[in-house]
Design a protein around this ligand. Structure first.
Ligand SMILES: C[S@@+](CC[C@H](N)C(=O)[O-])C[C@H]1O[C@@H](n2cnc3c(N)ncnc32)[C@H](O)[C@@H]1O
Length: 289
């Protein structure tokens, strides 16, 4: 009868269990998930294939230990692995760019559906960051013509990397004055702007506070809605009559963010949408004729 070779080093289950304990003690909410992701990364495999790994050699164990220490110091998981999954795509991320969030996948999904509804859609992603929303629309609606703008030079470099070869027209600049050549010609404007109110700074998790760029979080005034006011103006300028805008906001802005649109008289069907946890997450509105 064939007997397996004796293990030469600890197995993945023991390693991830001990690492998850360390991460939990450091306040990491997704400790089990992150421990498994980091071990898979150290071994050059995927989380789902970890059970197939017999034992972990000393070099991989030491690399894993270093990654767990950095995660326990609250470096974002995605900065350690260098990638973030977003809908059906993988994005390169790291210092200098906002890590795309699962809740934004809903807004991107809404934009994809709007883009699919027309034969030849023009879409603009304001505040593109890593390029997550623009890249998803380009991947899921290949016939759409997608444009994206980003103000920050560091974020722009990540966007350029993630949007290379996708056909997305990426531009550097302020959304307030972006795309004058597209005025009145756009079908869908989508935006995940900075929206954290100044007084919410202390409630933000260390991964976000210490690693996401300030320009992605706080550059939106005391109430966090200055950027939303700009989005309202820019979308009003870019959209065709009947065109749609969708924009993400903080969960505390479920009434105040739609109000930015409802009070100008330029919009029909202003409504707010919940995320999967039931929190107000993004608004949509249609340009009046
Ligand atoms: C919250 S992040 C969103 C990034 C990406 N859309 C996502 O959902 O992951 C906001 C981004 O807007 C950029 N930004 C802030 N103000 C801007 C402006 N006035 N014009 C263009 N981009 C801006 C920031 O640099 C940051 O990359």
């Amino acid at each position: 009868m064939h007997r397996p070779e004796p293990a030469d080093g600890p197995g993945p289950r023991d390693l991830t269990r001990a690492a998850a304990l360390r991460l939990r003690e450091a306040g990491v909410e997704s400790a089990d998930h992150d421990a498994a992701e980091l071990l898979a990364f150290a071994l050059g495999t995927t989380r789902s294939r970890l059970p197939l790994v017999g034992h972990v050699d000393a070099a991989a164990e030491s690399a894993f230990d270093e990654l767990v220490s950095r995660r326990a110091a609250r470096e974002p998981l995605q900065h350690l692995t260098g990638t973030a999954a977003f809908r059906y795509v993988e994005l390169a991320v790291g210092p200098g760019v906002f890590v795309p969030r699962p809740e934004t996948e809903l807004l991107a999904g809404w934009a994809v559906e709007r883009a699919q509804a027309l034969p030849d859609t023009v879409v603009v992603d304001l505040c593109t960051g890593s390029g997550a929303i623009a890249r998803s629309i380009a991947a899921e609606v290949p016939r759409a013509r997608v444009h994206a703008v980003e103000l920050d030079e560091h974020a722009l470099r990540w966007a350029a990397r993630n949007l290379s070869g996708t056909g997305v027209d990426l531009r550097e600049g302020d959304m307030a004055t972006a795309f004058p050549d597209l005025d009145g010609q756009v079908d869908v404007v989508v935006c995940n702007p900075p929206y954290i109110p100044h007084d919410a700074w202390e409630s933000v998790a260390p991964e976000v506070r210490d690693h996401d760029p300030d320009a992605a979080l706080y550059s939106s005034g005391d109430d966090g809605l200055d950027a939303m006011r700009v989005v309202e103006e820019v979308a009003g300028r870019l959209l065709k009559p009947g065109g749609w805008v969708g924009a993400e906001h903080a969960d505390a802005q479920g009434e105040s963010a739609p109000q930015v649109f409802a009070t100008t008289g330029r919009w029909l069907d202003v409504r707010d949408h919940l995320d999967l946890a039931g929190r107000p997450r993004y608004l949509t509105a249609r340009r009046a004729g």
